[in-house]
Design a protein around this ligand. Sequence first.
Ligand code: CMC
Length: 460
Amino acid sequence: MEQEKIGTAQGKEETAILTVNGKTIGLPVITGTEGEKAIDISRLRQLTGYITLDLGYGNTGSCTSAITFMDGEKGILRYRGIPVGQLAEHSTFVETAYLLINGRLPIQRELQAFSVMLNDHSLVHEDMKFFFQNYPRATHPMGILSSMVTALRSFYPELETLSHTENVNMTMTRLLSKLRTMAAVSYKISRGHTPEYPRPDLSYCANFLNMMFNSPVKPYVIDDVLVKALNTFWILHADHEQNCSTSVVRMVGSARVNLYAAISAGMAALWGPLHGGANQKVVEMLEKIQAAGGDAKPFIARAKDKNDPFRLMGFGHRVYKTYDPRAKIMKNICHDVLARLKTDDPLLPIAMELEETARKDLYFIDHNLYPNVDFYSGIVLRALGIPTNMFTVMFAIGRLPGWIAQWKEDHDDPGWRLHRPRQIYVGNTVRDYVPMSQRTEAGAEPGKAAAPRSGRKPAP
Ligand code: CMC
């Protein structure tokens, strides 16, 4: 076999050696600050003519990033190096947003200035209310909000005249402040009520709850425990490295589209039931278990059945192969909020029982399926009074700082390139166009498709 040394990684500690089609090449090994290793294949095609194939990107690093670190085996999640548990305990959502976007905790003066900016930009253009009013009543709030975020861009044509930095700072602030207002406006309008304006004397989270629930006939009483719960809920969702929606934001952003459009695309991805839409699906699943008498076993049996696409919602994660650290904190918030409200949610014991039964089951043990952040978050949101169809909107408001930070990191990267994956084509080889008059039913050929991976459950 021909052995040709084509390239080695110069000045790197480690090199991966790959032999392909008789040629041996050295590929640089990149080591992250937490010791994670990656083989840099950026010259692979140029050197060998081959590409890598990694369905679902389980082994593909799409970027280097200094924002969030997670270790799925150990259940670690840190934002800019700070454990998420510490932030949940001591920080606020606004401070955590600053941390994610700017890379460090703010000093008092900076946090104050950031809060003032968020307050100054918290109103939405009055004309936007017409958009909300004209959506069909049955529209899912995620559909409304993702299109509204794109529409926001049209209200600020002056952006083009600002410097790039001013433009980006203004846009980031507007998004962070207005998405929260827009979510509350869409809720009020969906109920046929007049939207509530933001108040300058209230904090970010208290303001949101007030805009959602204050009414001229029933003033909303702001409760510190509930405000703290919302802060924690949003902190826990604030970033999660290269998840589906964040990868979308980076991908779309790499085309140098404006930030509103990139965030809107991320929101569309988050809407999916396997991603941010899972929190709504968890509650719907728990309600079904409750309606069926409270016995979770038939649902667990379905989740294990190879021929049934049903999955236990709120269980499993692409990266975590142990407890999602966010799920543990979320479970504690459930108890805090329900205790404060002096109420019970019948779904909580069902969820706890389901968790216990599943965690003893061999299928869930063997597949490393643990509760994820969405498993208990719906119960927290229900207790706060958030309607089920707005659960994913709540996730989106929380994830916004992460999307912005990731977009900015990609945008400011001197090594930036348009994101453009390749593929292995498995369709028809060249064939001639057949005129309509010569086509027959029998002649209709199905396209060739790659064989599905055997033994897997059908897609949910
Ligand atoms: N219930 C039953 N089986 C499951 C589940 C589940 N919730 N999740 C994964 N599996 C099985 C799956 O059937 C497959 O089995 P097999 O190898 O025997 O065919 C195996 O576990 C691996 O599944 P996968 O689809 O390759 O795993 P993934 O890493 O692509 O999926 C996931 C991750 C989150 C999409 C998946 O666990 C899932 O669908 N969970 C339910 C939806 C959910 O809770 N999503 C929220 C995720 S956390 C919030 C967020 O970050 O968005």
